[in-house]
Design a binder for this molecule. Structure first.
Ligand SMILES: Cc1ncc(COP(=O)(O)O)c(C=O)c1O
Length: 386
């Protein structure tokens, strides 16, 4: 008999909600009380699980949530989240009524978008807007003062619209060279000063800026990567004002163990060859789970001992070179702590030649997430059982 909320495979991610709480409280204590925390939970909370992270962040002191797309905001509403939500990315003008009906705040940066949106809204609709300024990221946002003036006028003239916020995004807040950061910061201040009415929220800091540049706090910061306990970049790790606690870990179990003899081969392409009698273990995780082929050679942990992945990573499985025979069912940790050893998200990112942000995001929804508080399982989410 199938049970909802359970899963039937030996691979899972663990999300430590106490650590999310500690990371949010760390920033809360670091910031002046009047600076609000906007918890960035886009992309399913960077792969950690949007609703569980949102609830934990809100109970730890965050007051606003941010996602990238309207669909993500609607998904949170469907799951019962009533806190304010800002969509950071572009939404379509024809969808503004859906946002208004669900009290979802949208980002605006084009006057013609707003005109189209105004034509769609009903007389009684109320829509909150944050204006996005492009101060040097070159992605989305208003760049010219005239355009800002025109857009502000359109919003102020329409009593269905509330200009609740103005924001920008930094492209180098996590770099040691602060030159470009200060150029963007100056441009932001200049453009904000042109507004006739100061909105309730003025925000520009991402995690890196909120940890490093108090002058850029204004009255809200957008906390993403640091909420998940990850350093925005390795360069600024020595500057962190409080320790970050890594939230995400990844585990599997040996599902098969066998002895190979000298010359026996492993996996597609038969590229790995046993040099002597060797014990090889198989774990049920592969590139379809986000454990990409580039991670061949990466070490994993059993009993706190490191051992390498050998041969090519398959779609659903990969193989480990064991120092001796282990029983089927032995736990293998791919990311996280075991005994006195740890494999960090940063280590996996370095091996995959990418940034730590990408790692929990690419662990696919085929991998169930187990939520822990005080070491106990408080929730299980298995997306493919939905
Ligand atoms: C507009 C915007 N604000 C805030 C964030 C959060 O940044 P971080 O995860 O570095 O804190 C992001 C993330 O990409 C973003 O795109």
């Amino acid at each position: 008999m199938e049970e909802q909320g359970f899963f039937y495979r030996d691979t899972w991610a663990e999300i430590d909600l106490d650590r999310v709480k500690a990371n949010v409280e760390g920033l809360r204590n670091h910031l002046p009380a009047y600076v609000e925390i906007i918890a960035v939970v886009k992309a399913n909370a960077y792969g950690h699980g949007d609703v569980q992270i949102s609830n934990t962040a809100l109970s730890a002191g965050a007051t606003y949530l941010a996602v990238a797309f309207l669909d993500e905001a609607l998904s949170l509403r469907r799951k019962g989240i009533t806190a304010p939500i800002l969509v950071l990315g572009a939404s379509r003008p024809q969808d503004v009524r859906i946002a208004a009906n669900h009290k979802i705040t949208l980002t605006v940066f084009q006057s013609n978008w707003l005109t189209e949106a105004q034509a769609v809204l009903n007389e009684t609709d109320q829509l909150k807007l944050h204006v996005k300024l492009d101060t040097g990221m070159g992605r989305i946002g208003i760049r010219e003062s005239d355009d800002l003036e025109a857009l502000e006028k359109l919003i102020l003239d329409d009593n269905r619209l509330e200009l609740e916020g103005v924001f920008t995004h930094f492209s180098t807040a996590d770099e040691l060279d602060t030159n470009y950061f200060y150029q963007q910061f100056a441009r932001f201040q200049e453009m904000v000063s042109l507004l006739k009415e100061k909105p309730k929220y003025i925000h520009c800091s991402n995690s890196a800026a909120s940890l490093r540049f108090a002058e850029a706090n204004f009255n809200a910061v957008r906390m993403g990567i640091s909420m998940y306990g990850l350093t925005p970049s390795p360069e600024i790790e020595p500057e962190l004002p409080y320790p970050l606690k890594e939230v995400f870990s990844l585990h599997s179990c040996l599902i098969h163990v066998k002895k190979l003899h000298k010359g026996d081969k492993v996996s597609y392409g038969a590229t790995y060859e046993a040099k002597q009698d060797e014990w090889i273990g198989t774990i049920p995780i592969g590139y379809a789970d986000g454990w990409i082929r580039k991670l061949q050679g990466q070490e994993v942990l059993i009993d706190g001992i490191r051992m390498p992945i050998v041969g090519r990573i398959c779609m659903d499985q990969c193989m480990i070179l064991l120092p001796h025979e282990y029983p089927v069912g032995t736990q293998v940790t791919l990311i996280g702590e075991q005994v006195n050893e740890v494999i960090s998200v940063n280590e996996i990112a370095a091996r995959a030649e990418t940034i730590n942000y990408e790692i929990p995001c690419i662990i696919s929804n085929r991998v169930p997430r187990i939520y822990k508080r005080n070491g106990k399982t408080v929730d299980v989410y298995n997306a493919i059982a939905d």
